[in-house]
Design a protein around this ligand. Structure first.
Ligand code: TIU
Length: 223
């Protein structure tokens, strides 16, 4: 229960007390990472995202070993789609829309196979798991209460995709006063140039949204 500093964080050193910090793992679900899910239905190459799984697992293991709070999110809608705006369901021309039956069950629907977190990163008992209807983790959820009740002031982000759900969640968190850091090799996009741009824009202007650092720096600080 003492502050740690990541001296090499971008754009300047980041200090956090693990006792008041949550590790947030955004949407590491079959629907984004495996064939036949929502990500693939939008025309994306999902194999790009699979590459970060061992790194996310390593970071999770290190965080679990110090007893830190873990929050997993899932982008998942109610079976009756009452929390899915028609604008979201109808956007674009995906091969499968949210709620349609695909190879892994109904796309992006809570409880379906595709909406599950991939087995390598399965939540452990006691870890927080939140279904969110939007891209950001605060919209339409109890995340702010869950975190504040546990005295959380700092958030370390991982997950997918960098410029969509991760960035939106980090921006929502920043506006609520959380000190946020994005773990650079613990996040990925279907578009590598968007990942690079997101990292640059989040940390620009003196950490306008927050910091970034590689997982190795965080793991080293925890040892
Ligand atoms: N399409 C895309 O890049 N992402 C999403 O739709 N959701 C998340 O990022 N989780």
């Amino acid at each position: 229960n003492k502050p740690l500093t990541l001296a090499t964080a971008t754009p300047f050193p980041y200090t956090f007390n693990p006792a008041h910090t949550a590790l947030v793992v955004i949407d590491m679900q079959r629907d984004f990472i495996e064939a036949g899910g929502f990500g693939a239905s939008l025309g994306n190459d999902v194999t790009l995202l699979q590459a970060i799984v061992p790194t996310v697992r390593r970071m999770l293991d290190a965080w679990r070993s110090v007893g830190g709070v873990v929050l997993h999110t899932r982008e998942a809608h109610r079976p009756d789609l009452s929390d899915c705006p028609p604008a979201k369901r109808l956007r674009g021309s995906p091969t499968l829309r949210i709620g349609d039956v695909g190879p892994m069950g109904r796309v992006l629907i809570a409880g379906e196979h595709g909406a599950e977190i991939i087995p390598e990163l399965a939540p452990l008992p006691g870890e927080l798991v939140v279904d969110k209807p939007g891209k950001g983790m605060f919209y339409g959820t109890t995340v702010d209460a869950l975190l504040s009740h546990r005295g959380i002031t700092h958030l370390l982000f991982m997950g997918v995709t960098t410029e969509v759900c991760v960035q939106t969640s980090m921006r929502e968190a920043n506006d609520r006063g959380y000190e946020c850091l994005l773990i650079e090799d613990g996040t990925e996009s279907y578009f590598p140039e968007f990942k690079a741009a997101a990292l640059a824009m989040l940390t620009a202007q003196g950490a306008i949204v927050g910091w970034s650092a590689p997982s190795s720096a965080v793991i080293q600080a925890l040892q």
